[in-house]
Design a binder for this molecule. Structure first.
Ligand code: F0G
Length: 429
C-alpha cells in the first residue's frame, strides 16, 4: 500500500444506517446483511463550476484525466490518486445512427457504446475503481463470479496491479473469447458445474472465508466507477438530460449505479431534471421485470435461460438497490424475448456499430417501450450498449449462416471455386 491518503469517504448501509470505514473489506452490513453503499464528502465545486472542471480535464487528457472514470474522481473515489490502477478506460462514444433510429422508431436515439472499453465492456469502469480499492486496503487476492465480461475485466486489472485473481465461471455458459481473455490475462480460473447464481454464491463465500476481496457488483466501489457511464453521457449531451436512459439488466449492479449517478448529478446541480431509467431483461431471465409488474411487492427468482449470456441471471444480487434506482427516477422495467434481442443485434451490427447480444436488449427494449406507448416518439433516449460485438461470435455465425428460415438481416456467406467466373455469377445473381 502506498502512503496514506486522506480518507474522505465512508461506507453506509442504506437499510439500517450502520456506517463502516471506507476500508471495510466485506460487501454486506455487519448488522443487518444489507449491501453497503459508498458515500463521499461533497466536492467543493457544484453546478457549472464542477462541469467546467470536468471539461478542462477532458481537454487535458493526461495522467488521471486520460481516464473517463477518474476525470470525475471527486464523485468516484476522492483521495485515491496515488493508488489508481487505470488502463485508461471510459471515453466511449455516444453514437447516432439513422438506421437504428428507423429500426426502433426513435428519431432522437443515441447509443453509449461501452464496448469501446479496454477489455470490451463497461465492466472496466467499475473494475478500475474496485482494483484501486483492493490496492488501498492491501488485498492479498481478488475474486469474482462472472458470465464473461467481469472475469475478463477483473483478470486484466488484477494483472495491471500485480494482484492474484480468482475467477468462477459457469461451465459451458461463457463465450469462448471471454474465457480466452480471462486465461490470457492470467487469472486462476475455476469452471464451476453450475449456473451464474451458483458461481456468485461460491465467490461470496470465498470472499467471506478465504481472505480474498470480492469484486462482483455487490462491491460498492464497482458501482462508483460504473456511475461514470452516466456522467460521461450527460457531459457528451452538454449536461442536457435525456428523457430516458435504457440499459440491459442482469445482476442489477449497473441499474443501481445509474440510479446513484443520477441522484448525485441532480443534487450537485449538474442536471436540472432527472432522466427516467428503463431496465431491460431477457424474457427468460426476467426476475426484475416480474417484480416491477407487481409493484416490487415481492422478488421472483427464476431459473434463467437466454441466449444473451451476460444477463443470464435468475436471482439478482442488487435487487433492493435496483428497485431504489427505478423508483427514484420514475423508471420502468421490461423484458424482451430472445428473438427480438437477436433482431435488434442484427440491426445494430448491420448499421456498422455492433454490440454483444445482451447489449442489444436495450435497443429491443427501447423499441418495445415505444410500441407500448411508454416512450414517446419525440423523446430523447440514450441506450447503453454494454459490450463488444466480438463477445459471442458463435451466436452471430449461427444467426447469419445456420438459422432456417433465415432471420431478418441474415447475411449468408457464399462458398465458391477460386475463379472470376464464379465471382461474376454471384454478383449477377
Ligand atoms: N451487459 C453486459 C455486456 C454484461 O456483461 C452484463 C453483466 C450486463 C449487461 C448486466 O449488468 O449485472 O450490472 O445488471 N455481466 C456480468 C458479468 C454479470 O459477469 O460479466 P448488471
Amino acid at each position: 500500500m502506498s502512503e496514506a491518503a486522506p480518507r474522505v469517504s465512508r461506507q453506509i448501509c442504506p437499510r439500517c444506517g450502520r456506517e463502516t470505514g471506507v476500508d471495510f473489506a466485506q460487501t454486506r452490513c455487519p448488522s443487518c446483511g444489507g449491501l453497503l453503499e459508498v458515500r463521499h464528502a461533497p466536492p467543493e465545486l457544484r453546478g457549472a463550476e464542477l462541469s467546467a472542471l470536468f471539461a478542462a480535464r477532458s481537454a487535458n487528457r493526461k495522467g488521471l484525466d486520460a481516464s473517463g472514470v477518474w476525470r470525475y474522481r471527486e464523485l468516484v473515489l476522492p483521495g485515491a490518486d496515488a493508488d489508481v490502477v487505470s488502463h485508461p478506460e471510459g471515453n466511449t462514444p455516444l453514437l447516432e445512427s439513422r438506421a437504428i433510429s428507423k429500426w426502433t422508431g426513435l428519431a432522437r436515439l443515441s447509443m453509449k457504446h461501452e464496448g469501446h472499453n479496454p477489455t470490451g465492456s463497461f465492466k472496466d469502469r467499475g473494475m478500475t475503481v474496485g482494483i484501486t480499492q483492493a490496492r488501498r486496503i492491501g488485498a492479498a487476492a481478488v475474486a469474482c463470479a462472472s458470465t464473461g465480461n467481469t472475469s475478463a475485466s477483473l483478470a486484466a486489472y488484477a494483472a495491471l496491479a500485480g494482484i492474484p485473481a480468482l475467477v468462477f465461471v459457469p461451465s459451458g455458459q461463457v463465450a469462448a473469447g471471454k474465457l480466452a481473455q480471462t486465461l490470457a490475462y492470467g487469472a486462476r480460473t475455476l469452471i464451476v458445474r453450475g449456473d451464474f447464481d451458483a458461481c456468485l454464491a461460491l465467490a461470496v463465500e470465498a470472499g467471506r472465508k478465504l481472505n480474498v476481496y470480492l469484486l462482483n457488483s455487490v462491491n460498492p466501489f464497482r458501482l462508483e466507477g460504473q456511475k461514470t457511464i452516466v456522467f460521461e453521457a450527460l457531459e457528451q449531451l452538454s449536461w442536457e438530460a435525456p428523457d430516458w436512459i435504457v440499459l440491459p439488466a442482469g445482476n442489477l449492479g449497473n441499474t443501481s449505479a445509474f440510479g446513484k449517478a443520477l441522484k448525485e448529478a441532480g443534487e450537485l446541480g449538474l442536471i436540472s431534471r432527472v432522466p427516467r431509467l428503463a431496465a431491460v431483461q431477457a424474457a427468460g431471465a426476467n426476475p426484475f421485470a416480474r417484480s416491477f409488474r407487481d409493484g416490487f411487492s415481492s422478488v421472483h427468482p427464476v431459473k434463467a435461460e437466454t441466449l444473451a449470456t451476460a444477463i443470464r441471471i435468475g436471482d439478482p444480487a442488487s435487487h433492493e438497490r435496483g428497485v431504489e434506482a427505478i423508483r427514484s427516477t420514475g423508471g420502468v422495467v421490461t423484458d424482451v424475448p430472445d428473438r427480438e434481442i437477436l433482431e435488434a443485434k442484427a440491426a445494430v451490427d448491420a448499421a456498422g456499430i455492433g454490440c454483444e447480444p445482451a447489449s442489444a436488449a436495450s435497443i429491443a427494449g427501447a423499441r418495445r417501450l415505444l410500441r407500448e406507448g411508454v416512450i414517446r416518439p419525440e423523446d430523447t433516449v440514450v441506450a447503453v450498449l454494454t459490450g463488444h460485438i466480438l463477445k459471442d461470435p458463435g451466436l452471430i455465425l449461427a444467426y447469419h449462416q445456420e438459422m432456417d428460415p433465415p432471420p431478418p438481416g441474415a447475411n449468408r456467406p457464399i462458398e465458391i471455386e477460386p475463379s472470376l467466373l464464379e465471382v461474376e455469377r454471384v454478383l449477377g445473381s
